[in-house]
Design a protein around this ligand. Structure first.
Ligand SMILES: O=C(O)c1ccccc1N[C@@H]1O[C@H](COP(=O)(O)O)[C@@H](O)[C@H]1O
Length: 217
């Protein structure tokens, strides 16, 4: 008998306690705090620590970096105590694994130079991958989707779909890609860094709807 499917949900770029409370009430699996330079959603380690302390049990916290230096990553780990790290830049496996925490490697699927091959060989210590719409070297969180047919069908670890997801397309995205999880930022916002409670709720409802169809009684 096939095991039931449950698409994992990560809400990223949280900056406010009220948004953390809604995310927890909706039962999301993880929330993300952005430390990438120049991000509109960037929080300080002290701010993120306050948000992290407000999480319910079993809600994972993810610290997102993009080519930050090692000292910054260590400072975030010491202050915030995240469950997982997520790297969006040119970081190699040795860098990502050096902090002793599980990590997700974001794979830039936009632009001409997208490279989604040999992920298991290039990132042997990655816990999972995240296929995102930005081009290599560009920041994510743009709200734009990419061509999902470019996702490699032999991804060696659990992987999340990201980039341009919102309540209006997440159902189709899950049905089309069979992703392990979804990651969303701008699609559940009213303005960058401020989430919208109704969009968060509709997003979760549509993920559950896709799972219900995949798990007929
Ligand atoms: O959110 C940011 O500002 C950001 C900056 C640098 C790298 C990644 C960033 N965001 C991540 O991008 C994906 C998709 O975001 P969206 O749903 O299209 O807005 C997600 O993982 C964000 O956390």
């Amino acid at each position: 008998m096939p095991l039931p499917r449950r698409t994992r949900i990560k809400f990223c770029g949280l900056t406010r306690l009220e948004d953390v409370a809604v995310a927890c009430a909706l039962g999301v699996d993880a929330v993300g705090f952005v430390f990438a330079e120049r991000s509109k959603r960037r929080v300080s380690p002290a701010q993120a620590a306050l948000l992290r302390e407000a999480l319910d049990p079993f809600v994972a916290s993810v610290a997102l970096f993009m080519d930050n230096d090692a000292a910054t990553v260590r400072d975030v780990i010491d202050t915030v105590r995240p469950t997982l790290l997520q790297f969006h830049g040119d970081e190699d496996d040795a860098f990502c694994a050096a902090f002793g925490l599980p990590y997700l490697k974001a794979v830039a699927m936009g632009g001409e130079g997208a490279r989604a091959d040999d992920l298991g060989e290039r990132y042997p210590h990655a816990t999972g991958f995240l296929f995102d719409s930005h081009a290599a070297g560009q920041a994510g969180g743009s709200g734009h989707a990419f061509d999902w047919s470019r996702i490699p069908c032999d991804c060696p670890r659990p992987w999340l779909l990201a980039g341009g997801l919102h309540p209006g397309n997440v159902f189709d995205a899950i049905r089309a890609t069979q992703c392990w999880g979804v990651d969303v930022s701008s699609g559940i916002e009213s303005v960058p860094g401020e989430k919208d409670a109704m969009k968060m709720r509709r997003f979760v409802e549509d993920v559950r709807r896709a799972d219900a169809i995949a798990n007929p009684a």
